[in-house]
Write a new protein. Structure first.
Length: 320
């Protein structure tokens, strides 16, 4: 099922009409399974003011990082399904974790109500200046000559930044050593400081450091080159073909949310993503707005869960 990038404002009117019977009665709490300064945190704080205006109540971001989303999930599952508490969930939390963890304390399909797709982001492979690596081919050749001697950082075990590099290494036929950190800012700083040779980062987070010359871009992990880094090749152009890691976010609520708040919040997300100011912010970070229904994001989840679940099992990336 295709999720269109843009929807004319009039298409949201039926949804708004259907949801006229529900409005939030106080601030809407958005639980975030990520640290302050992470890609999801930046995105949600940019959206909060516009979304709050659409809903008629403030939108408050509540950072609850830890356990690759399990702490945030527990908070959401304990909340009433009345639309006052929702969560910005990343693809790793709802599509990957069920394949990674033997005892996941939540079921991503049973325990959440899917409200709306939000955005999708591209990733970029980068190297430290100190490594002397300037192309993806050089990274692969050095890793092949020195198996497991090169280190790469990530925003955490089983995070998308981890799986993206695992897939890249798998398709290139090389082995590198994973050094996980407690979030993207810390993982990125390890590259800047030369503590690790490389990482695959969310593009928007890496852009300021790339433009400032603090890290070296090797390849964008997406199907086509990006306008924000037009001279940087895609992963395939750089010689490593393979599935592109998804980087989408979705808004979810506790299980059992009624249709009225789901429809109203979905309409608020659509209006926020098509707002002119928000579109400029998304374009600056090379973020794709995903305008769609709850059914759309569930279909995307099921597709990515199958593709990456197979890879996780083949790679033996099971966690307790």
């Amino acid at each position: 099922m295709t999720i269109a990038r843009r929807t004319l404002p009039m298409l949201a009117l039926p949804a708004l009409a259907a949801a006229q019977g529900w409005s939030p009665t106080g601030p809407v709490r958005v639980i975030l399974p990520q640290n302050a300064g992470s890609s999801g945190d930046v995105l949600m704080r940019q959206m909060a003011e516009i979304m709050g205006r659409e809903l008629g109540q403030p939108v408050v971001v509540d950072n609850r990082p830890g356990a690759n989303g399990a702490l945030a999930a527990a908070q959401l599952m304990a909340a009433r399904p009345d639309g006052q508490t929702v969560m910005l969930a990343g693809v790793s939390m709802v599509a990957f974790n069920q394949h990674l963890y033997r005892n996941l304390p939540y079921d991503p399909l049973r325990d959440f109500t899917y409200i709306a797709p939000v955005t999708n982001t591209a990733f970029v492979a980068i190297a430290s200046r100190q490594s002397g690596i300037t192309t993806l081919r050089e990274l692969v050749e050095r890793a092949r000559a020195q198996p497991e001697r090169l280190n790469f950082s990530s925003a955490g075990i089983a995070n998308t930044t981890h799986l993206a590099m695992e897939m890249l290494a798998d398709r290139a036929g090389v082995r590198m050593t994973h050094v996980p950190f407690a979030g993207s800012p810390q993982a990125m700083q390890a590259v800047v400081a030369g503590q690790v040779e490389a990482m695959v980062s969310v593009l928007g987070i890496a852009l300021p450091l790339i433009r400032g010359g603090q890290v070296v871009p090797l390849a964008v992990v997406r199907d086509a080159r990006t306008p924000v880094l037009p001279d940087v090749p895609t992963q395939a152009e750089a010689g490593v073909a393979g599935p592109i890691i998804p980087g989408w976010f979705a808004l979810v609520g506790p299980a059992g949310m009624p249709e009225a708040p789901v429809t109203r919040i979905n309409a608020a997300i659509r209006a926020t993503l098509t707002d002119a100011t928000m579109q400029q912010r998304l374009a600056a970070q090379d973020l794709e707005a995903l305008i769609g229904s709850a059914a759309d994001i569930r279909a995307r989840l099921e597709r990515d869960s199958q593709i990456w679940g197979d890879f996780i099992r083949a790679r033996g990336l099971r966690l307790e």
